[in-house]
Design a protein around this ligand. Structure first.
Ligand SMILES: O=C(O)CCC(=O)C(=O)O
Length: 283
């Protein structure tokens, strides 16, 4: 039985089906949902400033400057960025947001299901640092990198105001309607990339020019819902600050592909795509 509240208007649902993503303005409660996560990140940055005995100024907490000191931390030693990345996804306030009933309601409404699942390993907080290519997401669909169910959804939400300079996510409008795209598992132009970041779509350049592309700007509290088949990519961050954003992925236990593959995960579960979907691999 699905008696969860319907959070979207029919117009929003239609827009999502049409475009393969939708931006919901001011969806989350800033004080209750977002600030505690920013505060957790602020505290972790401070613990690491102390750990490495760095003389970095500390500001009192504010949602606008929660990441103050992070740029200096990674310019001292880039590997501290990895410590922050692994730590922040374990902030309780983030896990509470991941498991928010709001997400279950959205999956129920958009996928007409009474059985939503949280994709294990499919949630985290991206930190897109200025002028870094290694972890920039190239054009991709989420399904090959995540699996679980073909009709999965990404809930994407920024922790800072995203400007064009900071490299917003770019989407190919309506691309989800054209189904799964086979991939190469190595990017010869960027040999430093690995895992999901090294997947390259078949005929990538031809493919993406077929669609109108948009890169919506968003702010803390906004939510972008992305279909697991929508082609999208991170733009390059040419700013002075890292772009902090949350990704929370859900799937549908009733999806026939999901049931067939036993709701298995992909890279985030340490699995090779070839084991589950050999037909998607070109090399
Ligand atoms: O935030 C980004 O730059 C990319 C996010 C993304 O590709 C995803 O959530 O699937």
């Amino acid at each position: 039985m699905n008696d969860l509240p319907k959070l979207l208007t029919q117009e929003q649902v239609d827009k999502f089906y049409q475009n393969g993503f939708i931006l919901l303005d001011s969806f989350y409660d800033l004080k209750q949902d977002i600030e505690p996560i920013q505060y957790g990140i602020y505290k972790i940055i401070h613990i690491l400033i102390d750990k490495y005995r760095l003389s970095i100024n500390k500001l009192p907490f504010s949602p606008e400057t929660f990441d103050f000191g992070y740029q200096q931390l990674i310019s001292h030693n880039r590997s501290i960025g990895g410590e922050v990345y692994d730590a922040v996804k374990q902030i309780p306030a983030f896990m509470r947001l991941v498991a928010s009933p709001l997400h279950e309601s959205l999956v129920a409404q958009l996928r007409q299901t009474d059985m939503a699942g949280i994709a294990a390993g499919g949630y985290g907080i991206r930190i897109d640092n200025p002028f870094e290519e290694k972890y920039r997401a190239p054009w991709h669909q989420d399904y090959p990198a995540q699996f679980r169910s073909l009709d999965g959804l990404v809930f994407w939400s920024s922790l800072i105001p995203v400007t064009t300079e900071l490299g917003p996510v770019e989407f190919c409008l309506g691309s989800h309607k054209d189904g799964l795209v086979p991939v190469y598992t190595k990017d010869p132009k960027n040999p430093e990339k690995s895992g999901a970041y090294s997947l390259i779509l078949e005929n990538e350049q031809d493919l993406i020019t077929r669609y109108q592309r948009v890169a919506p700007l968003s702010k803390p509290g906004d939510l972008i819902i992305i279909d697991f088949l929508t082609l999208h990519a991170s733009s390059f961050n040419k700013g002075k600050r890292s772009r902090w954003s949350m990704q929370m992925r859900y799937f549908n236990f009733h999806d026939t592909t999901g049931i067939k593959i036993g709701w298995k995960g992909s890279f985030a579960s340490g699995r090779d795509i070839k084991e589950v979907h050999p037909e998607l691999i070109l090399d």
